[in-house]
Write a protein that binds this ligand. Structure first.
Ligand SMILES: Nc1ncnc2c1ncn2[C@@H]1O[C@H](COP(=O)(O)OP(=O)(O)OP(=O)(O)O)[C@@H](O)[C@H]1O
Ligand SMILES: [Mg+2]
Length: 290
């Protein structure tokens, strides 16, 4: 079934946020499209892919990468759910300027309804966000709980891709406890910041669990004089290193048998799915950037 590609609503003017949806730059947007394409080749044929984004330590660009890859996949017409799985230092809601609670923690704990927690993005009708929610005392227990597993299984019937923004592996166990339910992880490394031994430790811990890295994104990577020079603060290249994975074609094979079921959920959820916080953006859809 061909999926309808929905046009992007206009992003806010470039606020140097590092987000593609803020009209970051053509070059950065293209880098994320390249990442999307390579992810397609790294993932096995399935109705829904669950992809975690993590790194070794704090501040390497995980949340920025999560938001940008979720946006870029949604731009291709797939039904995307971005989950802020960093309940200790959540930032997806801040970056996307939506309410951060109630969200994942409240939903897992059974304290809030799905309708109250899921937000539809202001950019695409096929992109939903589940913010982290109220900060709980036991994030790793919640993330590794059977309720979290059930929730993920349920959302796999509704969405085509689920992106999990996770905390760093070397600091807390949160990313490790949930990674067993993913199809793989995207590792983020930051140039002149990520420590080689810390990264090796991170990779060891992940692979010890039998979870694989689909590839790595390098953030803050300086490029030589020339092509990216005119892009201001973000004149740095949003590069990535392509990791290992299967050779299955994902985009071409994506003829989901559960497509109509997924569409029915999203149609029903509509704008009632939580606070969309898009009052400032009531303009007509326009063509996606890039
Ligand atoms: N590709 C990039 N190039 C330059 N700066 C970046 C890039 N990606 C992120 N940043 C900047 O790095 C800082 C940290 O980014 P971000 O919040 O995405 O990191 P994080 O790994 O999620 O952090 P935390 O571990 O605290 O959750 C932010 O100021 C962000 O704007
Ligand atoms: Mg983060």
């Amino acid at each position: 079934m061909a999926k309808k590609e929905l046009a992007a609503k206009p992003g806010r003017k470039n606020k140097q946020s590092g987000l593609v949806c803020d009209n970051l730059s053509f070059a950065a947007a293209e880098s994320y499209k390249l990442l999307r394409t390579n992810l397609n080749f790294s993932l096995p044929e399935k109705d829904c892919h669950v992809i975690g984004v993590t790194s070794s330590v704090r501040g390497e660009g995980k949340s920025t990468t999560s938001v940008n890859i979720a946006y870029t996949i949604a731009q291709s017409g797939k039904r995307v759910l971005l989950v802020d799985g960093d309940m200790r230092l959540p930032s997806v809601s801040t970056k996307l300027e939506i309410h951060g609670a109630p969200g994942l923690s409240n939903l897992i704990a059974g304290l809030s309804s799905e309708q109250a927690c899921l937000r539809k993005s202001r950019y695409f009708d096929n992109w939903y966000i589940l913010p982290a929610g109220d900060i709980p005392p036991n994030p790793s227990e919640l993330l590794g709980s059977e309720r979290m597993h059930t929730l993920l299984e349920r959302y796999q019937e509704i969405f085509d891709v689920i992106i999990l923004d996770l905390p760093p592996v070397n600091i807390v166990t949160d990313a490790l406890v949930i990674s067993k339910w993913t199809d793989g992880l995207i590792g983020v490394v930051r140039q002149n910041y990520t420590d080689r031994r810390a990264l090796a430790d991170c990779m060891y811990q992940v692979e010890k669990l039998g979870v694989k890295f689909l590839g790595f994104v390098m953030t803050d990577a300086a490029v030589g004089e020339g092509s990216y020079k005119s892009y201001g603060k973000y004149s740095k290249k949003y590069g990535y290193g392509y990791g290992y994975g299967s050779d299955y074609g994902y985009e071409a094979s994506h003829t989901s048998s559960s497509g109509s079921k997924k569409k029915a959920f999203l149609d029903a959820a509509g704008d009632e799915a939580g606070d969309t916080d898009d009052s400032a953006d009531q303009k007509e859809d326009t063509e996606a950037q890039g």
